[in-house]
Design a protein around this ligand. Structure first.
Ligand code: OAD
Length: 246
């Protein structure tokens, strides 16, 4: 942990496990969303083209699950880190907005944000839907779907502002993320199964450029053997412990 004490530049890659203690389901592992649902039905551009109502229903269902979630002590610690290190950035795969709710401002959302929608005709038109009523849908009994959201400017269908399987990440965000991990002294890899690329490639990139990489996870991942330090445990417990020792 000495590396952290002297670090000037720190980055953090986060995944769904980061929000698990806030009650947000992860994707893989016990209770994970991909155990219950098929990504190819719900999280691809083809799925949306085929059945936009089904895809919107799933995102409304997830919004409802996330709506009452609050940042956990792990998010709060990461927000504190921002003022502790001269250079600091969070590179999150999460779409729940909990890092921002905890106070993080230096953050790149690599996979989008579940509270935003965007126009399918003009992708640059982003709509913040946080605070708007979330339709109440029952995924087990698909009834008549509520009207799908449309763009106020042009009337085209809106889609969730999420990066789906088969879609590229925003290139500028990815370039910034890669630059951050190439130059950081310490990289934390928190609560990610480290299997979804390109985000899963960031820890290896950091290592090749000389960073000390610290993995925080309740389980092993494909990256665990490469990590310099492995802290096994829930991030909401492990991260505050690290902060207390700094
Ligand atoms: P996963 O669900 O694949 O992995 C969650 C990780 O968190 C696992 O390694 C768990 O062991 C770990 N974990 C669970 N609870 C934890 C806790 N309390 N503290 C620390 N670790 C914990 O989630 P991601 O790696 O984020 O993409 O998944 C990557 C992407 O795949 C997601 O962004 C999503 C998904 O399909 C899109 O939707 C585009």
């Amino acid at each position: 942990m000495d590396a952290l004490v002297v670090a000037r530049s720190v980055a953090v890659v986060t995944g769904a496990g980061m929000s698990a203690e806030s009650g947000v389901p992860t994707f893989r592992g016990a209770g994970g969303l991909w155990r219950q649902f098929r990504p190819e039905d719900l999280a691809t551009p083809e799925a949306f083209a085929r059945n936009p109502a089904l895809v919107w229903e799933w995102y409304w269902w997830r919004r409802r699950k996330i709506a009452d979630a609050r940042p956990n002590p792990g998010h709060v610690t990461i927000a504190h880190f921002e003022s502790r290190f001269p250079e600091f950035v969070v590179l999150t795969q999460n779409v729940d907005g909990l890092h921002q709710d905890a106070g993080s401002r230096r953050l790149l959302e690599l996979h989008g944000n579940i509270w935003r929608a965007r126009c399918t005709r003009e992708p640059g038109r982003i709509i913040d839907e946080r605070g708007r009523p979330i339709p109440d849908v029952d995924l087990d009994t698909p009834a008549v779907a509520p009207a799908l959201p449309t763009c106020e400017a042009c009337g085209a269908l809106l889609r969730p502002d999420i990066v789906w399987f088969g879609e590229p990440l925003d290139q500028a965000a990815l370039d910034s993320a890669a630059a951050a991990v190439r130059t950081c002294d310490v990289l934390f890899v928190v609560g990610t199964s480290a299997v979804v690329y390109p985000a899963a490639g960031l820890p290896g990139l950091a290592k090749r450029h000389g960073a000390v990489v610290i993995e925080v996870n309740v389980d092993e991942t494909p990256f665990t053997r490469e990590a310099d330090i492995v802290l096994e445990g829930p991030s909401g417990v492990v991260l505050p412990e690290i902060e207390a020792r700094l």
